[in-house]
Design a protein around this ligand. Sequence first.
Ligand code: 3H9
Length: 674
Amino acid sequence: MIVESNNPPVNALGHAVRKGLVEAIEAAEADEAVKAVVIACAGQTFFAGADVSEFGTPKAFEAPMLPQVVDRIEACTKPVVAAIHGTALGGGLEVALSCHYRVAVPSAKLGTPEVKLGILPGAGGTQRLPRVAGVEKALEMCATGNQVSAKQASDFGLVDRLIEGDLLPHAVAYAEEVRDIRPLPKSSERQDRVEGVADSVFDDFRKANARKFRGFDAPEANIQAVKVATQKPYGEGVLEERRLFMELMSGKQAKAQQYFFFAERKAAKIDDIPDDTRPRDIRRVGVIGAGTMGGGISMNFLSAGIPVTIVEMSQDALDRGTGVVRKNYEASAAKGRFTGEQVQQAMGNLNPTLDFDALAECDLIIEAVYENMDVKKEVFGRLDKIAKQGAILASNTSYLNVNEIAASTSRPQDVVGLHFFSPANIMKLLEVVRGDKTAPDVLLTAMQLAKRIRKVAVVAGVCHGFIGNRMLMPRQVEATKLLLEGASPEQVDRVHVEFGMPMGPFQMADLAGVDIGWHRDPNRIENVRDALCAIDRWGQKKGAGFYDYDERRQPSPSPKVQQIIEDFAAQQGVERREITDQEIIERTIYTMVNEGAKILEEGMAQRASDIDVVWVYGYGWPVYKGGPMFWADNYEKLDTIVAGLKRNEERMGDDASFSQLLLDKAEKGEKFTR
Ligand code: 3H9
């Protein structure tokens, strides 16, 4: 008997599907003619997990719940075969694990991504997976949420057979092969792969991933749950799994991470473009500038199999740029992220040239030249003359006015901002900057293309710094003032790192380059930054910035910088005092929330959750705190934020300007996010 779920788009295991599965198993058991069962899914994928939209609603608790479903499947007296295509994720993999056999097409992926939702596999997955796949694989899959390919899964025993060709008929044939084998293999009863596992396996895993897991609750709970499988029989293990699951589920981190799951998907939607808008066809991309940014941008398209024409002004710069792209690919290949063949293919799709006119054949042209309005206008003016009709002309500017850039062409409707974050081949965020005249189909194309190159795109309006960098500015202003008032770069950075950010404002400045945006006149010293730049302290690249660096780029506090700060404070008559960590939070992070609220009220972001997506993917805001707007709503509360900002209003002086939206929402007890 074939039991097929058809619950688009991803066959999530909502209540109706769970009920249907149990009823089907019972019907199969009651029907003597049925000798074996195949569980399969219609559409693009096998079950992608529990229905996350049911979480926190009564539906999630309506019987049969997933743990009951999987137990019922495993208890079936006839063999049950899972036929997997697409992705078997979370509860979907738990269903497959409760089947007696698993077959899959080679393109299928399997995984337990619950950890990314702040939880753990709560339907026996932490107990069955190690029993079937071995403890090390289960640890890796549960605690990181990384998927494995069906091929890998078959290598370590999670998939019993790879199916080349049509899945369903082969799965049925497989079921016929195994129909008489008794006893039925039940994953909950296996002990061979969970016996005699040393504690060091878990300790070593924790150590190896300490950086990645810092601040998160769920990875440790996943580790503990898998460990239980090595210590206790299945029945006791699932009870412990349930306890840990409920504990995580009721915590703040799970709420934040589940909110973020939907925030990320919502970001792809543009609220106000006509339904019948169709994307433009993008077959070849042009990139102007083969510097770090241009090279990184090109790699995104090359990796997705889209040919790139990259243009530079001199052969030297072109060779250097292509060399860096090749080196990056080779480094990724060495880490196993690409095969040699893929690298060859990507490089073969790269057309480096000095001939600007070669861009005429491109459907999308991205400018990644020096961040200066006159230079950009000149480039777009030239592009206007040679680009083919209907080509999309994009600027990778991170601050400049996209409307002004668009006005230097005769086709502003084709112009859009595509703000990639550095390193552009790695960072997931793409701000799609919508000019006043950007055509709906240009916008739609940009959003869809982003998905093709595996970026998370967020639409931003035209304003200085768009969403991310605009919010960074008040943070930087206050952080710098705090230095003069008595904080050290180390203290400010520590507060941010303890908050969960990957680094603080001064570590970030040293990494990006203290000299970014510097006027380049060593005699004009108006602030601490100018003073550092004037003495060549440009950050990590010079071995000195806000910190001193050794040969291994390890930072240490700099007495020289401290002196510069104190001299400046004295010169400006700033009285130095002890700064509390709380004040740092209020002056840097609360100000970001305030700026986020202004961005929202000006309509520069479509929704508060988009701002959160920008900060998580662009700046490493800890996803377990949801993003600045979610955090403001749920961790800190808006009235606390307003009170904190008011407390510091005098010190912030002219830089304190409140968002009316923030004030209103705080007063009414409303939230930015839902
Ligand atoms: C779990 O299983 C817990 C259990 O262990 C224990 C329980 C007791 N639920 O991503 P896409 C929607 S936790 C509800 O754009 P793709 C999504 O919102 C779950 N909805 O497609 C979107 O809706 P819309 C563990 C879901 O092709 C639409 O489907 N599983 C779910 O790029 C398309 O999604 C996971 O965490 C869901 N589980 O990628 C897997 N999944 O169109 C999460 C998706 O309205 N899902 N939607 O915006 C994924 O990783 C990807 O969606 C997938 C497809 C790879 C499947």
